[in-house]
Design a protein around this ligand. Structure first.
Ligand code: ATP
Ligand code: TZP
Ligand code: MG
Ligand code: MG
Length: 270
């Protein structure tokens, strides 16, 4: 079992080490992702040119690939960066945004998973289902409503692609295909701010760069992020998503070990 003490210690380590996170991400979330990583205490860099991505990935503590607004040169750059990261044992975190919405996205997500050794795959249930060839309702980049078994789906995807998988939604799952944890932190207002999934994927990158056990790194990222969101939602209760978005950055900077121990909600998933 992963303890809340382990999670709090991992958060502290992110703040001490200030890891460099190399993101090849989408145009919608670039600024929010950089600010979210900075608020948390990590150091973001966005670099996309195929001429430099291998060098940047080798320098980084983690590489985050995100196909939210994909185009062919960027996909090629992601594969170059991913292979360079693999050679240097830099963890690669992959967000297959919108897989299932178009066949180009689905095929590209599978190509990246085939050509790069992805350490952790993070998406909503629909995206994860589609990268293993299963059907799940999807609406653009958002997961549709469904009552499917997300623990079984996450484990199946982890075994299929031999990687760790995080599926997010009202509750989050992390698994290596065998062990699985359920994280119940977070707030529904996260669904009203674009990029909160993408930023989470980059935050997992920051945690993975300071903690080699990816189940611990991922769970620590999910709990820290979810608790920060709960604190921000409480502070902006009578306002709306705009105020929440700003306060969420504040809380990513302020969320403490004490908050994790008090509010963290992790259980073994059955
Ligand atoms: P989608 O496009 O389906 O919204 P996403 O990539 O934005 O997917 P989410 O599943 O929204 O990713 O996850 C982003 C963050 O929001 C996670 O921390 C998750 O726990 C949280 N979250 C999403 N939905 C809810 C909810 N209904 N209640 C609480 N937290 C939620
Ligand atoms: N369209 C393409 S990428 C993107 C949108 C709206 C951002 C998706 O961000 P998230 O984190 O999945 O909500
Ligand atoms: Mg969302
Ligand atoms: Mg997403």
């Amino acid at each position: 079992m992963i303890s809340l003490h382990d999670i709090a210690r991992t958060l502290e380590r992110v703040r001490e080490k200030k890891p460099l996170v190399h993101n090849i991400t989408n145009v919608v979330v670039t600024n929010f992702t950089a600010n979210g990583l900075l608020a948390l205490g990590a150091s973001p860099v966005m670099a996309y040119a195929r001429e430099e991505v291998a060098d940047m990935a080798r320098l980084a503590g983690a590489l985050v690939l995100n196909i939210g607004t994909l185009n062919q040169p960027e996909v090629e750059a992601m594969i170059i960066a991913g292979k360079a990261a693999n050679q240097q044992q830099v963890p690669v975190i992959f967000d297959p945004v919108g897989a299932g919405a178009t066949s180009y996205r689905t095929e590209t997500a599978r190509r990246i998973l085939q050509e790069v050794n992805v350490s952790l795959l993070r998406g909503n249930a629909a995206e994860i289902a589609h990268v293993i060839g299963e059907n799940w309702t999807i609406k653009g980049v958002d997961a549709g409503e469904s009552n499917g078994d997300i623990v079984a789906l996450a484990k199946k995807a982890a075994l299929h692609w031999k990687t760790h998988v995080v599926i997010t939604g009202r509750e989050d799952i992390i698994t290596d295909g065998t062990a699985a944890y359920l994280i119940k932190n977070g707030h529904s207002i996260l669904t009203k701010v674009t990029g909160t999934g993408c930023l989470l994927t980059s935050v997992i990158g920051a945690f993975a760069s300071v903690e080699q056990t990816l189940l611990t790194a991922g769970a620590a990222a999910l709990v820290s992020y979810g608790v920060a969101a709960e604190l921000a939602a409480e502070k902006t209760e009578e306002k709306g998503p705009g105020s929440f978005q700003i306060e969420f950055l504040n809380q990513l900077a302020m969320v403490s070990s004490e908050d994790i121990l008090r509010y963290g909600a992790v259980a073994v998933a059955m």
